[in-house]
Design a binder for this molecule. Structure first.
Ligand code: ASP
Length: 343
C-alpha cells in the first residue's frame, strides 16, 4: 500500500445516490462520479477515492444474480489496484447481496464494505454522509501494513457488521439492520473501535483470491405458519427445476409432525432437493432433534441451518448448488461455517 489508501466506491443504485428534484418533489439518481460535490468532506479523508457506477442505477428490489456477478467482477478486476472497496446498494436487499458476495470471494484479504442510507444523500437530514464516510474509513483502516477488515462487512448507523449475519429490520429508522447472532465488528462513536477478536483473518500465507461466479437460483423460501395446507407445500416441492428449499420453521427448528407434511418433505429429499431448516426467529438457532417436532426432520435428511439468517441461507444455497457437490459434500459444507456465517 502507498501512503494513501486507494478506495473504490462501487455505486449500484438505491436511495443513497438520489437527490430531490425540488420542482417535482421526486427522488432521482445523480451522477455518482460527482460525489465529492455532494460530500465535500470526502476530500478531507486521507485516501484516494475512485468511483464506478452501474450505467443505470437500480433500486435494490431489482437486484438479481446477474448483478451479483457484475459487482463481483468489478471488485475482482480492481482487486490489485485498490486497498479497499465500498459498495453502495439499496438497503432493501443489501443483506442478500452482501451475503452472496461473501461466498463469491474465497481468500478475501481486503475490506469490502456495503452501505447505503435511508434518506438520499441530497436530503438535509440524510444518514448517507455518515454511512459513506465511515465506510470509507473502515475500508481504509490498515495496521502493520495489513487491512484490519479482510471480509465482507455491512456498515449502517454507527455499526459495522459481518454482512452475512445481517437482516434488514426497519424500513423507517436509521438503524435499519441488526445482526442478532453475531456482535458488531466495529462501532463508531468518538473513536472507531474494532472488535478485533471477532474479525475474520486471512492466513499469513497468502492464498490468492478465488472468485466464484456461478450461482444457481433454483431455490425457494417456504415459510411455515399454523394452518398451512397440504396443497401449498405440495406446490412448492413440485416447482419445476427446484433444487433447494429454505424451510423457515418455528423457534428452534420445529415443524408440524403431521404425516402428509413429513412425507412430502421426505419425498423431495429423496428426489434430490436440498432442504435447509432455518428459524423464523430473528435470533437464536435451530437445534435439530431437540424437540420431537424436529427429530422427524433430522431423520429424513433435512440440513441443519443452525443460526444462519434466511438471507444468507438463500445466498449459500445458490453458491453451493452451482458447485456441483455430492449430496454428502453439500450437506457437510452447508452445515459448516465457510465465511463466518454461522456458529
Ligand atoms: N428501495 C431502496 C432500495 O433498496 C431503499 C434503499 O435504498 O434503502 O433500493
Amino acid at each position: 500500500m502507498t501512503n494513501q489508501p486507494k478506495i473504490l466506491i462501487v455505486y449500484t443504485g438505491g436511495t443513497i445516490g438520489m437527490i430531490k428534484d425540488y420542482d417535482t418533489g421526486a427522488l432521482k439518481a445523480f451522477d455518482f462520479s460527482q460525489i465529492s460535490s455532494k460530500i465535500p468532506e470526502l476530500q478531507q479523508l486521507n485516501c484516494e477515492i475512485e468511483t464506478i457506477s452501474f450505467d443505470i442505477p437500480i433500486d435494490s428490489s431489482n437486484m438479481n444474480v446477474e448483478y451479483y456477478i457484475k459487482i463481483a467482477e468489478i471488485i475482482a478486476e480492481n482487486y490489485d489496484k485498490f486497498d479497499g472497496f465500498v459498495v453502495l446498494t439499496g438497503s432493501d436487499t443489501m443483506s442478500y447481496t452482501s451475503s452472496a458476495i461473501s461466498f463469491m470471494f474465497e481468500n478475501l484479504q481486503k475490506p469490502v464494505i456495503f452501505t447505503g442510507s435511508q434518506l438520499p444523500i441530497g436530503d438535509l437530514r440524510t444518514d448517507a454522509k455518515e454511512n459513506l464516510i465511515t465506510s470509507i474509513q473502515v475500508a481504509s483502516a490498515y495496521e502493520n501494513g495489513r487491512p484490519v477488515i479482510q471480509e465482507v462487512g455491512l456498515y449502517f448507523e454507527y455499526k459495522l457488521y459481518r454482512a452475512n449475519r445481517t437482516t434488514k429490520i426497519n424500513a423507517e429508522q436509521f438503524e435499519a439492520f441488526a445482526s442478532m447472532n453475531y456482535p458488531p465488528l466495529a462501532e463508531s462513536g468518538v473513536h472507531l473501535n474494532f472488535n478485533y477478536p471477532l474479525l475474520l483473518k486471512s492466513t499469513e500465507k497468502k492464498n490468492s483470491l478465488v472468485v466464484r461466479k456461478k450461482l444457481d437460483n433454483n431455490v425457494a423460501i417456504l415459510k411455515l405458519f399454523p394452518g398451512i395446507t397440504e396443497s401449498v407445500v405440495k406446490s412448492f416441492v413440485n416447482i419445476p427445476n427446484l433444487k433447494g428449499i429454505i424451510l423457515e420453521t418455528y423457534g428452534s427448528g420445529n415443524a408440524p409432525t403431521e404425516k402428509w407434511f413429513v412425507n412430502l418433505l421426505e419425498e423431495s429429499v429423496k428426489k434430490g432437493i436440498y432442504i435447509v431448516n432455518v428459524t423464523q426467529c430473528k435470533g437464536g438457532s435451530v437445534l435439530l432433534g431437540h424437540y420431537e417436532t424436529s427429530s422427524e426432520l433430522k431423520r429424513i435428511g433435512i440440513i441443519n441451518g443452525s443460526d444462519i439468517t434466511t438471507e444468507t441461507a438463500v445466498a449459500k444455497m445458490m453458491y453451493l448448488l452451482a458447485e456441483k457437490l455430492s449430496k454428502e459434500e453439500f450437506m457437510r459444507y452447508f452445515e459448516t461455517s465457510l465465511r463466518g456465517e454461522m456458529n
